[in-house]
Structures are given as structure tokens and as C-alpha cells.
Unconditional design. Structure first.
Length: 88
């Protein structure tokens, strides 16, 4: 089996940058929206969940980009002549 080609690191970072910035804005909102005196209790779970979602998305996007790179590198033969023609 041929090794899979790597994903394009810069393309991956560009793909994830917007999602990361959006999530960090949501973290800031969670912290700002927590009640005074309850900032940790009022935002910790939401922040944890936001990072968990981003972690999952980052992994999924990376895997898909690597699979896409492998599929792009694969060039099926135009026809080997090994299979009989199917009559219509």
C-alpha cells in the first residue's frame, strides 16, 4: 500500500483560522456574560465545550484534507482492457 500524501499545512491553517477566531470570540462572550463573582462557574463549562467542538472540527477537517489529497493523487487507469465490454 502506498503511503498517503500529507495534507497541505498552510491550506489547513487557512481553513481553520476563521473557525478558530469565531470560537475565541465565543469564549470572550462566555467570560464577559458570566455574572460578577461567578465568572469561572458561569463560563467554564461553555468554554470547555467550545474548545471540544473546535478540537473535533480541527481533527475532522485535517483528516478530510488528507483523504482528499490521497484521492487527488490517485489516477485511475483509463482502461486496462482486463474487463470484458458489456453489451447494451
Amino acid at each position: 500500500m502506498e503511503p498517503m500524501p500529507p495534507l497541505d499545512r498552510q491550506a489547513y491553517i487557512a481553513e481553520m483560522r476563521q473557525q478558530m477566531e469565531t470560537m475565541l470570540g465565543q469564549v470572550a462572550d462566555a467570560i464577559n456574560n458570566a455574572k460578577d463573582g461567578e465568572i469561572i462557574a458561569g463560563s467554564e463549562c461553555q468554554v470547555r465545550d467550545l474548545f471540544g467542538t473546535l478540537r473535533q472540527k480541527a481533527f475532522e477537517v485535517g483528516l478530510q484534507m488528507r483523504i482528499d489529497a490521497a484521492e487527488a493523487a490517485f489516477s485511475p487507469s483509463a482502461g486496462s482492457g482486463d474487463r470484458p465490454e458489456v453489451a447494451e
